[in-house]
Design a protein around this ligand. Structure first.
Ligand code: DP6
Length: 361
């Protein structure tokens, strides 16, 4: 396991004048949720997620050596157009990562980014976006230090992505990623995500995630504000302890293929996340009436058919419908017949478990 000190770069052996890289990084969906954090993006509890396959950010990084005049210098393009709203996030990422990437002020960067999913669909792009950016900076660091090995490359990419957005550290690798210290995972750390170290049961192979877009509006509460509300939250300590227990149980379910246990833990985690929001001060509700309609219909369908379909939620109204690949035809038919009516403009996105960030040649 690597420590924070290991990520402080040593002297670089190569000189790089200019160039470009391009990486895609996927979104991920947490099963055991990260909600609450300490200083420096350290999670209050461990979490685990499925890496997705289709919902991705694709980012190209161009760089050209400049004088180090003590300032960051970058142009930011989103779908080919300048995007001033995104600049503060990038500026913050550069500030937080500079001590680990000492070359950041020595280059002018052009960051050219796009998502494969519709803009403002309510799908968080910070995880995939920060992960794609971190991959590009690691490619540049590897050019400056060519003897870097792959294990270090990916661990540091996840470490940097975490500094941009906590859950982004789970978007570097696939297909199940654990982030945060937990007794059952000897290699787990608060600093970066690690691949699930047990054999994933065949029941979860190509596991499906159909994302129902219930409400595409701007989030009422950013996750950063949400995490803060766990400080002094009356149920915080019990919640953090519960996340540890749920991760242990989920580990067993993922390895044994126990779909009943998987469903119970996953749905309970989603509802607990929203319960934390409803019981913080200030309190808030991010589910919409249609979120509840969908949940009830999923439960009814599952009871009537015995098909092991379940849901999870992130910090919003959209519903992730999770199910085995074997049941794809029947579940998609159910979604089209019964659930799409509750989606904004009938929109949904078909995704599945995936392999993590990829370099584009
Ligand atoms: C509900 O990673 O978006 O999706 O670290 O402040 O950027 P920051 O928060 P973020 O929080 C994600 C919260 C969540 C649960 C999860 O993905 O584990």
């Amino acid at each position: 396991m690597l420590s924070e000190k290991d990520f402080i770069a040593v002297n670089y052996t190569s000189f790089v004048q200019n160039g470009s890289f391009e990486w895609s990084a996927p979104s991920n969906i947490a099963l055991v949720k990260y909600w609450g954090k300490k200083e420096n993006q350290i999670p209050a509890n461990p979490s685990v997620s499925f890496t997705l396959n289709n919902c991705k950010t694709i980012t190209k990084l161009k760089f050209e050596k400049k004088e180090n005049n003590g300032a960051f210098s970058f142009d930011l393009l989103f779908e080919g157009q300048p995007k001033p709203d995104f600049r503060p996030k990038i500026e913050k990422f550069l500030q937080r990562t500079e001590q680990y990437l000492p070359f950041l002020k020595e280059y002018h960067f052009v960051i050219d980014t796009q998502n494969t999913f519709p803009h403002s669909s309510g799908i968080a792009s910070s995880a995939s976006g920060m992960a794609a950016l971190a991959m590009n900076f690691m490619s540049l660091e590897k050019q400056l230090n060519p003897q870097m090995d792959d294990a270090y490359f990916y661990a540091k990419a996840s470490f940097l992505a975490r500094l941009g957005s906590g859950s982004a550290c789970r978007s570097v690798k696939g297909n199940v990623v654990v982030w945060g210290e937990h007794r059952d995972f000897t290699e787990s750390t608060n600093l970066y995500g690690v691949e699930f170290p047990y054999v994933l049961h065949n029941n979860f192979k190509n596991y499906q995630d159909t994302i129902l877009l219930v409400d595409k509006g701007e989030k009422q509460v950013s996750s950063t504000v949400g995490h803060e509300l766990m400080h002094g939250h009356p149920f915080a300590q019990q919640r953090f302890a519960q996340a540890h227990e749920n991760l242990s149980k989920l580990k067993d379910a993922l390895a044994s293929g126990d779909l009943d246990a998987f469903i119970k833990i996953t749905e309970s985690e989603a509802l607990t996340l929203h319960s934390m929001m409803m019981t913080s001060m200030p309190y808030f509700i991010l589910m919409k009436p249609n979120t509840l309609e969908i949940i009830n219909r999923i439960w009814k369908f599952r009871n009537e058919t015995n098909i092991p379909v379940c849901f999870t939620l992130d910090a919003g109204a959209n519903v992730h419908v999770l199910y085995p690949e074997n049941d794809k035809v029947k579940v998609l038919e159910f979604i089209k017949n019964e659930l799409v009516a509750y989606c904004q403009n009938s929109q949904y996105i078909c995704d599945e478990i995936g392999n993590g960030a990829q370099q584009i040649a």
